[in-house]
Design a protein around this ligand. Structure first.
Ligand SMILES: Cc1cc2nc3c(=O)[nH]c(=O)nc-3n(C[C@H](O)[C@H](O)[C@H](O)COP(=O)(O)O)c2cc1C
Length: 256
């Protein structure tokens, strides 16, 4: 996309301007509760009308004072898209190698066939092996208008979740990662990203091999407090049929 003389991005006219959004395949609450991190994709492009719907949802997300300083670089199959995918794929493979060692993926339950850890490791290996072929790659960005702070992400990460949920609504799926940070300067040069722009994440999207499903999370009563820290409200009980909980790592060690 090139800028015009006023510096505004040029938006080409096309047939989608008169096309409504595609219909949801899942209700909002069910989608919220069952959207998994999808790392395996069919080898087929994400159609333009689907990308339009997903990115429209992203751009409807809230931002502080409604400044809308977020921007979404959406890469599919152009030469720069291929170069960006290859760059990030290299970083992803290095990181996964380190994470496997640090988090003991090849010890304990990681060696037990079909254990959650072994399945996670297989999905991760497949993900990084095929990363350079992901159907679509979104780099959500934030144009900084003040000094970097730990709060600034709150004006871009709600949009990231909208992307994942909109994908889910349309029969697609994705996952958010931080891979871009390890090749950030290369990505900046490749994609002409200005210095005052925070590149917040890497989101890959595609049509899932497999399916979404119940997410494995701790019970609500361990995570939600009422009248002060540690006080569990009486209503904080998991709904029936949602026993797919998981403790998560006991002593999470930063991998990167
Ligand atoms: C801040 C953040 C960073 C993440 N980084 C990675 C990552 O580097 N690689 C990856 O494969 N998944 C990454 N994920 C996805 C999580 O691993 C995933 O959402 C989590 O394991 C739950 O999986 P589920 O939604 O399928 O239950 C990240 C998610 C978040 C929110």
């Amino acid at each position: 996309m090139t800028g015009n003389q006023s510096g505004e991005p040029h938006v080409p006219a096309n047939h989608l301007a008169s096309a409504p959004l595609p219909a949801d395949t899942v209700g909002l609450l069910e989608g919220l509760n069952t959207t998994r991190a999808i790392r395996r994709y069919h080898d087929e492009p994400v159609p333009a009308e689907v990308l339009r719907a997903i990115l429209f949802a992203a751009t409807r997300a809230p931002t502080g004072s409604n400044r809308q300083q977020f921007r979404f670089i959406t890469l599919t199959d152009g030469p720069k898209a291929h170069a960006a995918k290859e760059l990030i794929a290299g970083a992803a493979r290095d990181l996964w190698k380190r994470k496997q060692d640090n988090d003991g993926y090849q010890t304990g339950s990681g060696l037990v066939e079909n254990s959650p850890k072994a399945r996670m490791a297989a999905a991760m290996q497949d993900y990084v092996d095929h990363f350079d072929r992901v159907p679509a790659l979104v780099l959500p960005c934030l144009i900084r208008y003040r000094e970097p702070s730990s709060f600034e992400g709150s004006s871009v990460y709600p949009a990231c979740q909208n992307i994942l949920l909109a994908a889910r609504a349309l029969g697609y799926g994705g996952v958010l990662t931080g891979f871009q940070a390890f090749v950030e300067s290369e990505l900046r040069s490749l994609l002409d990203i200005p210095d005052n722009v925070f590149v917040a994440a890497t989101i890959t999207l595609g049509r899932p091999v497999g399916h979404h499903g119940p997410v494995r999370r701790r019970p609500i009563g361990e995570l939600v407090y009422g009248e002060g820290w540690g006080e569990v409200p009486t209503w904080a009980v998991d709904p029936p049929g949602t026993s797919h909980t998981a403790a998560g790592p006991k002593n999470p060690k930063p991998t990167y």
